[in-house]
Design a protein around this ligand. Structure first.
Ligand code: FAD
Length: 551
């Protein structure tokens, strides 16, 4: 069999290696437009920031080593120009040799990836305005970063954030401009809030709700202007406002493109054209939670799809069952991880859900060095099936999200999380791990043992006569509280119950939601309509609502 692969990085190189492992006899040609194959896209920001010191580390294979290991015909600086689907041929430009030629194929795999969006902003074509996709971009950005000065990073997604941190490591002053009202659009706003605070604490000036309208050159420097009139000087600009699937080759060949703009594939990663497969950032796949088409733009799905496409070509029955978009980003030591869907998406898709917030320690509190996790779990009201998880913290957010990602994939419920048996010693977790705690808190909501209240509904509840009862200590109360709260520390509550009015709902607030739950149970059993403010004051704070202090 003669197989041609377009794209020699994540999906393309993975598929080529798998194909060779399955078939020693096939002829496998890998076409890559750039000079490098199989490089570590995900490592590029860390080389620019100096964490990865040796450039060679980014190149997992050279064209020669890839070719030798798997006996592939690797052709770099070779661009696929067009496909004749009926005749099963592909037109190729040999960029270095400045010539064009045609290859036949029995099977074709498209893994052309996604390209960074360059908006039609005046001045965006200036050579000091860069994007980051490959090793050449990395070299250019490293050179700029080593000159010092200041930079404007446009876009608060993964790449923008990783680059903001990397540039700070090089001593560059960074303004991060984001058009939306939050960074990290893959999270709900209150979960992105700690990430933003961490960036600001480390000197990144985060400018939300600002859309770049022009980039003007001035004495070898730039001025970035936003629609609101903000002007930011910059030695250089990084545009990280998103990517789009590379679909022109497929589109022009008449291959079906999906509603999201990605190449449509079936569960064997086959396109609408027989014998043409596609994987990675260029394809749209089904989201396992919503069933809707998505473009994950993640290395994990690209790798799995590549293996499945190779297996399918070789007649194996493997199937890709969809993505749950599990992702993580590091922000100055903070782990920000998520899997499944967000509340924003559930609302937009009109999918019924319940939610819980919790802020457990990443390991037993008595063992030194514990740090707090901020977790939000979304689940179905009917049976508690897990729909999404978001976790933020200095340590341990990664493993909790990974465990819950597997639970989401397996269609498990919050009760399964409560019962999960996980590895425990005091330096690693708790006998009741945050994963168990997430399941228990969510389970209490499902069973009706706890009636939750949420920060964004407090004003409405207060207007209807609800009172906020703060059950924390005096010093916690003084440091910051919800305005107009009644203060009765939890240990005094039973003796001071008479001070709590019975006429409306009582919203109990503590620091993280645990004492609040205990207090709410006391109140409910004394005839009150008591609700627990989910995640307590820490969750309230993350909504950016008014805080009263002192007293
Ligand atoms: P790519 O790996 O981009 O490969 C596509 C290749 O196809 C390109 O080299 C391109 O030159 C070539 N090509 C395109 N068209 C043609 C043509 N017509 N002819 C010949 N060649 C062509 N994902 C994560 O999960 N975690 C991370 O931490 C992470 N970090 C990232 C950091 C950066 C800076 C970037 C850019 C991406 C990151 N990603 C991360 C995303 C991840 O790298 C991609 O999801 C993955 O590489 C997609 O694989 P792919 O094969 O579809 O595309």
């Amino acid at each position: 069999m003669k197989i041609v692969i377009v794209g020699g990085v994540a999906g393309g190189a993975t598929a080529a290696a798998r194909l060779r492992r399955l078939s020693e006899d096939s002829e496998i040609i890998v076409l890559e437009r750039g000079p490098d194959v199989s490089f570590a896209n995900c490592g590029l920001p860390y080389y620019i920031g100096g964490v990865i010191e040796d450039r060679e580390e980014l190149l997992l294979h050279t064209p020669e080593s890839l070719s030798q290991r798997y006996r592939l015909d690797v052709r770099v600086k070779s661009e696929a120009l067009s496909i004749d689907t009926a005749g099963k041929t592909i037109r190729i430009r040999d960029i270095a040799g400045n010539r064009e030629y045609t290859e036949t194929f029995d099977k074709l795999l498209l893994s052309p990836g996604a390209f960074p969006v360059r908006p039609p902003i005046p001045g965006a074509d200036n050579p000091l305005v860069r994007t980051l996709r490959n090793v050449s971009d990395t070299d250019a950005l490293t050179e700029l970063a080593l000159k010092g000065g200041n930079a404007v990073v446009v876009g608060g997604g993964f790449i923008g954030i990783e680059m903001a941190e990397s540039l700070c490591r090089r001593g560059i002053a960074v303004d991060l401009v984001e058009a939306r009202p939050q960074i990290l659009w893959n999270l709900d706003p209150e979960m992105a809030w700690p990430a933003q605070k961490r960036m600001e604490k480390n000197g990144v000036r985060v400018r939300l709700n600002e859309t770049v309208s022009a980039i003007t050159p001035q004495d070898n420097r730039l001025t970035v202007t936003t629609k609101s009139g903000l002007t930011l000087p910059a030695s250089f600009v990084l545009l990280a406002i998103g990517v789009k699937p590379e679909t022109s080759l497929a589109r022009e060949a008449g291959i079906q493109i999906g509603v999201t703009g990605g190449i449509q594939v079936d569960e064997k990663m086959r396109t609408s054209s027989p014998d043409i497969y596609a994987v990675g950032d260029a394809v749209e796949v089904s989201h396992r939670v919503t069933g809707k088409p998505v473009l994950p733009y993640l290395a994990g799905p690209a790798n799995r799809q590549a293996r499945i496409a190779a297996d399918s070509m070789m007649g194996r029955a493997e199937k890709y069952s969809g993505a749950i978009t599990t992702a993580i980003v590091g922000i100055f030591g903070l782990q920000v991880a998520s899997s499944g869907v967000t509340e924003k998406t559930l609302k937009a898709e009109s999918i019924p859900y319940l939610k819980a917030y919790l802020h457990p320690l990443n390991h037993a509190g008595y063992y030194p060095g514990g740090s707090r996790l901020h977790m939000k779990i979304l689940f179905t009201p009917k049976d508690g099936r897990i729909l999404g998880i978001q976790a933020v913290g200095d340590e341990g957010a990664d493993k909790r999200v990974d465990v819950i990602a597997l639970a989401i994939r397996s269609g498990m419920t919050v009760n399964d999380l409560a019962e999960a048996e996980l590895a425990y010693a005091p330096q690693f977790g708790s006998a009741r791990d945050p994963v168990n705690q997430a399941g228990l808190v969510a389970g209490n909501i499902l069973s009706g043992d706890m009636v939750p209240a949420y920060p964004d509904e407090l004003a409405g509840l207060q207007a209807k006569g609800a009172i906020i009862l703060d059950v924390r200590t005096k010093s916690e109360f003084r440091l910051g509280r919800i305005p107009n709260s009644l203060h009765i520390p939890i240990d005094d509550l039973r003796t001071r119950l008479g001070e709590v009015p019975k006429k409306g709902p009582v919203i109990v607030c503590c620091q993280v939601g645990l004492r609040g739950y205990v207090a709410a149970r006391i109140l409910v059993q004394s005839g009150y309509d008591a609700r627990n403010l989910m995640g307590g004051f820490l969750t309230y704070e993350s909504f950016g609502l008014e805080i009263a202090k002192g007293g």
